[in-house]
Ligand binder design. Structure first.
Ligand code: AHR
Length: 492
């Protein structure tokens, strides 16, 4: 039995909606084909952005979208991606498959995509191979309203008014593909580059420094010690896979029970990582002004057989849904420090929301989790006390049931529960205190096989259904979760 006390009158903080953010890189078929098909495409589009994908993404309320990378960001030169498309410079995307990047999707197209999505842009600048001037001029081009070389050039390129831009990253993975730097060296460069990322007019930039890889706590220590006064956010990257990063991460669809457990135990590892990085951040920033920005997370499996290894195309099963549900619960529960997170990557790459094949598309189980969880966006986090069963995984174990709870501005309580066991159900008692429960309803996303997924032949195999397997007594709500299930309860 699993027991939870939900304190509806203890609301430690608001869950920043940006925790439900996304990341789209110039990688494989994410931007080209997935989001952008161009105005001349036979695939229905609005100014080059495909309508079917945008309409589906609008349903999950993407609050913020990170672009253009990833590793691509540190070799992207934004000036090559503005002006008439036919005259834009072609380049080689050396990180991702060595394909030709024609720069048809650039700054104007990205800002237009964000407008169509109703998402805020989060642009990642180039430190690894770019200059201070180039970064500074990008912000001027985007946000300056007066007369200046960059603002005038923007107008020549068809955009009169400046855009509003809040989130700006100063490089990506500067410990790796973004320049292979030491933290001391990057901290100095960060301070130099960010100096020239200016606030023009009323536009205020929220500056995000390149943070640690996984458990590189030393990187966090140095960045916070040397540069926390100059940043608003520090990024963290952590991907989930059962295997070995270089030797083989494991298949997305063809996996064993022990790989199931290992994947979910590694998803839970996010909780430990956040606690440890946050402890270091607390030392230098006890007020929690600086956000920990998990701007790359999600599953990373071996590519689908027969696809370009540099395109990172993988299928998505109910296992991915449970990784997403568990991770989002972890983020909600740490939303005092986690101010934004961006799952990698929106379409056709890694743990995608949507897969496309020509003019066809499907919604993945992960998409459905984001759709179910959108009720947590900007809601007040509720304190939850838990007593839970565990699942053994090798020498260690992890919680069988993951939970988070929030209260919306309209006063509705939402409780998201994930049963991570692949064969056993989970009974859960929910004791909601400080609230008079008058009605309860639920939705569920569940699988019957560990690798249940949506395919182009069977697009609705995994989709949310009505959930009724709960019972109300005067004191509690008794819930019976089936195996491999994500449930969202709404309590009014
Ligand atoms: O998301 C794929 C890649 O993973 C990104 O480009 C990079 O930042 C990370 O290593």
């Amino acid at each position: 039995m699993n027991s939870f006390i939900i304190n509806a009158d203890i609301t430690p903080n608001t869950i920043n909606k940006n925790i439900y953010g996304h990341f789209s890189e110039h990688l494989g078929r994410c931007i080209y084909e997935g989001l952008w098909v161009g105005e001349d495409s036979e695939i229905p589009n609005t100014q080059g952005v495909r309508n079917d994908v945008i309409q589906a993404l609008q349903q999950i309320n993407i609050p913020v979208l990170r672009w253009p990378g990833g590793c691509f960001a540190d070799e992207y030169h934004w000036k090559d991606g503005v002006g008439p498309r036919s005259q834009r410079k072609r380049m080689v995307n050396t990180h991702w498959g060595g394909v030709v990047e024609n720069n048809h999707f650039g700054t104007h197209e990205f800002m237009m995509l964000c407008e169509q999505l109703g998402a805020e842009p989060y642009i990642c600048g180039n430190v690894g191979s770019g200059t201070v001037q180039e970064m500074s001029e990008w912000v001027e081009y985007l946000t300056f309203d007066g007369e200046s070389p960059m603002a005038d050039w923007r107008r020549e390129n068809g955009r009169d008014a400046p855009w509003s831009l809040t989130y700006f990253g100063v490089g990506n993975e500067n410990w790796g593909c973004g320049g292979n730097m030491r933290p001391q060296y990057y901290a100095d460069l960060y301070k130099q580059y960010q100096t020239y990322v200016r606030n023009y007019g009323k536009n205020q930039i929220y500056k995000i420094a390149g943070g640690p890889n996984v458990d590189d706590f030393y990187w966090t220590e140095v960045l916070m010690r040397e540069a926390s006064d100059y940043m608003d956010g520090l990024s963290l990257h952590y991907y989930t896979f059962p295997g070995d990063f270089w030797e083989g991460k494991g298949s997305a669809v063809d996996f064993t029970e022990s790989e199931w457990k290992l994947t979910l135990s590694r998803a839970w590892h996010m909780d430990q990582l956040i606690q440890k990085h946050a402890t270091i951040m607390d030392k230098y920033d006890p007020e929690k002004r600086v956000g920990l920005i998990v701007d790359e997370w999600g599953t990373w499996f071996d590519v689908e057989p027969g696809t370009n290894p540099g395109f990172l195309y993988q299928q998505n099963t109910i296992r991915d849904a449970l990784v997403a549900g568990t991770t989002l619960n972890i983020f909600n529960n740490h939303s005092d420090r986690i101010h934004m997170a961006n799952i990698a990557q929106t379409v056709n790459v890694l743990q995608a929301m949507i897969l496309t094949e020509g003019s066809d598309m499907l919604l993945t189980p992960t998409y459905h989790v984001f759709e179910m969880y959108k009720v947590h966006q900007d809601a007040d986090l509720l304190q939850v006390g838990s007593e839970v069963e565990t699942i053994t995984c090798g020498e260690s174990s992890f919680d069988k049931v993951s939970i988070s709870a929030s209260k919306s501005k309209g006063g509705v309580i939402h409780i998201s529960l994930c049963n991570l066991h692949h064969t056993q159900g989970a009974a859960a008692d929910l004791d909601v205190r400080g609230f008079t429960v008058s009605r309860v309803s639920g939705r569920i996303l569940a699988g019957s096989n560990m690798n249940d997924r949506n395919t182009f032949e069977d697009k609705e195999r995994v989709k949310p259904e009505l959930f009724t397997d709960f019972e109300r007594t005067q004191e509690k709500i008794h819930v019976q979760l089936p195996p491999m299930a994500v449930v969202m309860l709404s309590i009014g």
